[in-house]
Write a protein that binds this ligand. Sequence first.
Ligand code: FES
Length: 106
Amino acid sequence: MQWVKILSGKDEALKRIKPGTTQLLVVHEQRICLARIENEFFAIEDKCSHNGESLSKGKTNYVGEVVCPWHGYRFNLRTGRESGERSRDLETYPVKVDESGFYIGL
Ligand code: FES
């Protein structure tokens, strides 16, 4: 696994990504949905496994899932599991923050 620095640190992440929202990242040609729940960040494959919509256009919910804006499938941000087991689970990526920056593991 390779850690890729995407932001200068947690302060920048907190400023750029509001609670309950998502943002698209393209890192090494991979589309990743970065999501924030309270002050915690999660990274998950961006392409919905149902029909390919971008999850970074969706929202998070109170149980820690990202909700696809097209047909409402829900994916657990920690495990990538689709809540209704109707489509394949998504890949998740570790996130780490230290004094040198904010990183995603690929
Ligand atoms: S494309 Fe995501 S739920 Fe259908």
